[in-house]
Design a protein around this ligand. Structure first.
Ligand SMILES: C[S@@+](CC[C@H](N)C(=O)[O-])C[C@H]1O[C@@H](n2cnc3c(N)ncnc32)[C@H](O)[C@@H]1O
Length: 196
């Protein structure tokens, strides 16, 4: 199945969990990965891998199979991903258990979280649990990067995520609007060591 159809299929099966009708565009993927240099000691942890729209760009910058871990909830998508990215470690699992999944993987410290989860359409308590997991990785020093769609930027759950991060790690570094994406989106970055 082609990537867009695979994605749409997953969306129709579970719109709230997938949260978008189309995979991220190459422009958004490049912005999500700007300046990131993964290694065995600073791996990339991708939350919500989808059909791999960002993963295909991550694949080009990871030096080996010990520098990346992906977590995706949807079993059908995980099958698709394993076919297309046999050299990357992609786990079928829930980002609410990301710390434990990472511990079990035996991989090195997380240097960057590339978060593609649809916080706007996830239940509040799920979003909160995931942010608690993110904070545990941030405690060990890492960068958190996510995108928020322009139309949902002022939705309560989008604001809540920004407030959670801002209270702990200061204001985000926000990209210009990526217009070549459906829908247009901002990329937001927080570093655990940035001054508040
Ligand atoms: C907006 S899509 C992004 C997919 C892809 N990374 C992209 O940028 O095109 C969100 C993905 O997060 C996954 N997801 C939703 N809740 C999740 C959770 N709790 N744990 C892991 N993955 C989850 C969905 O199944 C979906 O594939």
């Amino acid at each position: 199945m082609n990537e867009s159809i695979e994605f749409l299929h997953a969306f129709l099966k579970n719109p709230a969990k997938v949260g978008s009708i189309a995979p991220s565009s190459p422009d958004l993927a490049r912005k999500m990965l700007e300046g990131i240099k993964p290694s065995e000691d600073k791996i990339v942890l991708e939350l919500g891998v989808g059909t791999g729209a960002i993963t295909k760009f991550i694949e080009q910058i990871v030096p080996d199979d010990r520098s990346y871990l992906g977590i995706e909830l949807d079993g059908g998508l995980v099958k698709h991903l394993r076919r297309h990215y046999p050299d990357l470690r992609i786990v079928r699992g829930n980002a609410q258990e990301a710390v434990e999944i990472h511990r079990r993987s035996g991989l090195g410290k997380v240097g960057t979280i590339i978060c593609c989860l649809p916080f706007v359409s996830l239940p509040n308590e799920v979003g909160e649990k995931i942010l608690q997991q993110v904070a545990m990785f941030m405690d060990h020093g890492c960068t958190f990067r996510t995108f928020q769609y322009a139309h949902g930027y002022y939705f309560p759950s989008a604001i809540k995520l920004r407030e959670f991060m801002r209270d702990r790690y200061g204001r985000s570094k926000r990209s210009q609007l990526i217009v070549n994406n459906i829908p247009p989106a901002y990329v937001l970055t927080w570093r655990s060591d940035q001054p508040k």
